[in-house]
Design a protein around this ligand. Structure first.
Ligand code: ADP
Ligand code: ZN
Ligand code: ZN
Length: 745
């Protein structure tokens, strides 16, 4: 495919057309002062005046004259440059997802840093200087220095050493903590670089399994072909997928290429990244949310210069300007954190595939539970399917016991007798257990038992969540908080109770059943600190706590060798969500959490409690039959005309002015329905979403499904601008335009 036209010979353009990070898809013309003319070409990030502000934009075209008078001048140039391939990608994002080229270009670049302040860094590697057999031995001597202890434990878990950049950047430890440990001679800084880091990979895994070899060979021939080659690697948890990524990347590097590895947001914890670091050493760039803008920019430069050849990061890493990019890996490709919820609302998996097409890459989507979309495309031979059907070393899949809670529920308690029996046996045997509460967050709302009143938010149509700490009632959408009421605000009764299932209640119950037993709890409440999430996982992996209770956070990331029982409470939660993917997502999360039981030789047990045991997903889940489930699921999708059989688009409208909202939505729907009738698209709605009002804004949703082109989408957006401009107070209405939505909230 032909990318950007090469800059004309008169490289020294007098005028440039710049895409700005604003929702208007017009290129703005600026004059290039003589002093900057050598430094400005297509792709250059320039600083330009817009109204009274100075904003960063990207040059999309050069021009010999201006079509706009008076033409303002570029204020400054930067050394940040969007290469032609990424400009092509930004154009595609803008037209596909319905944003401006400037907004798309902005997403492809590192943050704009105006004042680059950098502090002197501690360089080299930090290495444990005390020898311990287990982290428990560190506990006593460092009991009064929690942060130092946490750092030592983390070092221990990643194999004894880590680059200083990782310690202070990714893990977020301050220099003071490092210096404290240096002072105690508990760690030391070493400078030598390892001998051939890439050889280390063979020491850990001597021989690949048959399916691993087949997969790696298929990848090698695709890489050699230099043609766009999409793959779906479907392998159960622990089947050796990561090992394949590592080896394929190693081969790419050996032949002078570079790679991007995308991982879900929550996967960026030391244990998950340590393996990549061990293999690729300083050639690896890890992008994570704790990087400051200055660090992000530095990382971007190291990638662009070719110093770092492998990039590991969440969705935004897909835009990395890797030298001689050959392959993009999308690990856990079904994860919905690949969808960006703010503008531009791109899906990193789709962007990876599109970039692969533009740049002739191998794109490797990997998962234990592939998305329906990828599963379908692999079935249609659009992607090559690679399979790893068994765990490495022949470990058996965990045994799943389904408990019908309609029969076994004990006086409204959380626990069935079956689960309590397994739990008790496991505690006696010295095993660890995970109790997974399939709930988003930990909703506990406050209700009046006399009249049914529920304490709600002042600004949103949602109930307030009760937090035991400080007895506060808080809104999870807008942050509104007040002291928990002691009387009903409608009838005055003091008979208030707490409904909903919360991890806190589960913890209290378990403490009652097993007094004095060590229980860790992981939810939005306990992980709010800077390293809360990581700290809890580390505590649990020491093996000292028999039970970990948690919400979705416990399903991902860390690997716990000691876990031999997983209990799932309210497995059906989410199945009733107004989301056509609810069965798929529920299956994925239950399979994932089951996979945490009994790795390495031991057969794990999984007890799944549900009030909907007849739902089709459970019969497949019991046998770990993902393919069987997917065939059933795809049959339903086809019947209802949902993805992957149709495209969908969610238009959510909102306004503080209800009347204006209704007028604009009605006007828009009328015209778009007429358009859609001509094509093959169908409009569902308008209808109020699950939460009809947030932050005092009323909301309406319209779902469009079927077949539509980029031109259709453009026209639908144009209709909105027209209708909003014409209706009284129409300008108060906002449209959130979400192509291929993952969330229907
Ligand atoms: P996945 O990414 O599918 O969960 P991993 O690649 O992490 O699987 O492999 C699980 C574990 O098995 C890792 O500890 C890995 O080092 C090990 N492993 C992978 N492949 C082999 C192999 N062929 N022989 C022995 N151990 C292996
Ligand atoms: Zn009441
Ligand atoms: Zn609120």
């Amino acid at each position: 495919m032909q990318l950007e036209a090469a800059p004309p010979p008169n490289h020294r353009a007098t005028f440039v057309k710049v895409a700005l990070p604003i929702p208007i898809d017009t290129l703005f013309t600026y004059e290039v002062p003589e002093e900057f003319r050598d430094r400005v070409s297509i792709g250059t990030r320039v600083e330009v005046p817009l109204g009274r502000r100075i904003v960063g934009g990207v040059v999309f075209e050069l021009a010999a004259e201006s079509d706009y008078h008076p033409t303002r001048k570029i204020q400054n140039t930067t050394d940040v440059h969007l290469n032609p391939q990424l400009i092509a990608l930004a154009r595609w994002i803008a037209s596909y997802y319905g944003c401006s080229r400037g907004e798309a270009a902005q997403a492809c670049l590192p943050p704009r840093v105006t004042r680059a302040r950098r502090s002197a860094r501690l360089a080299g590697k930090l290495r444990l200087a005390i020898s311990v057999k287990s982290v428990d031995e560190l506990e006593r001597p460092f009991s009064r220095a929690a942060k130092q202890l946490a750092l030592l434990k983390t070092l221990f878990h990643v194999g004894g050493e880590a680059p200083m950049e990782t310690v202070c950047g990714e893990w977020g430890y301050s220099r003071a903590v490092v210096k404290g440990l240096l002072g105690k001679n508990a760690v030391r800084v070493v400078q030598e670089s390892r001998t051939s880091p890439l050889a280390g990979i063979d020491r850990e895994v001597k021989e690949l399994s048959g399916p691993q070899k087949t997969a790696l060979e298929a990848l090698a021939s695709a890489l050699a072909s230099n043609a766009f080659s999409p793959f779906l690697l479907h392998g159960v948890t622990g089947s050796g997928k990561t090992e394949i990524y590592l080896r394929a990347i190693r081969d790419v590097i050996a032949s002078g290429g570079g790679c991007i590895v995308l991982v879900p947001e929550i996967g960026l914890i030391p244990q998950a990244t340590a393996r990549y670091r061990r293999v690729f050493g300083d050639k690896l760039a890890i992008i994570h949310s704790r990087l400051t803008p200055v660090q992000r920019l530095e990382m971007w430069r190291k990638i662009e210069s070719g110093e770092c050849r492998v990039v590991l990061g969440p969705r935004s890493a897909v835009f990395s300007p890797v030298r001689n990019l050959r392959m993009i890996v999308v690990d856990e490709e079904q994860d919905d954190s690949y969808k960006q919820e703010d503008k531009p609302r791109y899906h990193a998996r789709s962007v990876a595939l599109m970039r692969g097409k533009f740049e002739n890459l191998t794109v490797l989507l990997g998962s234990a539970t592939p998305s329906a979309e990828s599963f379908f495309h692999a079935g249609r031979k659009r992607y090559r399917r690679l399979e790893l059907p068994e765990r490495v070393g022949g470990g058996a899949m965990p045994r799943i016991h389904l408990v019908d809670m309609r029969r076994e529920s004990t006086d409204g308690g959380f626990f069935s007798k079956t689960l309590l029996d397994y739990l008790e046996a496991n505690i006696k045997a010295g095993g660890q257990s995970i109790i997974f509460l399939n709930k988003r967050g930990h909703a506990r709302f406050i209700q009046c038992s006399a009249c049914g009143w529920v304490a709600g938010c002042n600004n949103c149509d949602i109930s307030l969540t009760y937090h035991r700490v400080g007895r506060r009632a808080r809104c999870h959408f807008c942050g509104f908080a007040k002291t928990a009421p002691s009387r009903c605000e409608t009838c005055g009764s003091s008979r208030l109770f707490f409904s909903g299932v919360g991890t806190q209640r589960v913890e209290l119950d378990l403490q009652g059943f097993y007094p004095g037993i060590g229980i860790l709890r992981m939810d939005a409440d306990t992980t709010s600190g800077k390293r809360g999430h990581q700290r809890i996982l580390e505590e649990f992996s020491t093996g000292r706590y028999p039970i970990l209770i948690g919400t979705q956070m416990v399903t991902k990331g860390h690997h716990f060798p000691g876990v031999s029982l997983v209990g799932v409470l309210h497995a059906e939660e989410g199945l009733n969500f107004p989301d056509f993917r609810s069965a798929e997502k529920t299956f994925q999360i239950l399979e994932q959490v089951s996979g945490r039981s009994g790795r390495e030789g031991k057969v794990g047990e999984v007890v799944i409690q549900t009030f909907m045991p007849d739902h089709y997903l459970f019969s497949f889940l019991k046998r770990h039959d993902y393919s069987g489930f997917m065939h059933e699921e795809l049959g339903i999708r086809k019947q209802l005309n949902y993805p992957p059989f149709a495209r969908i688009l969610l238009a959510s409208f909102s306004s503080t002015n209800k009347a204006a909202l209704d007028r604009v939505v009605a006007g828009w729907v009328r015209e778009v329905r007429r358009m859609a009738a001509k094509g093959k698209a169908e409009l569902l709605g308008p209808s109020p979403p699950l939460v009809p009002r947030i932050r005092n804004r009323h909301r309406e949703h319209v779902l469009i499904k079927g077949d539509f082109t980029a031109a259709d989408k453009k026209e639908m957006l144009a209709v909105f601008s027209k209708v909003a401009a014409a209706a009284p107070n129409g300008r108060s209405v906002e449209l959130r335009w979400d192509v291929d939505p993952e969330s229907f909230f």
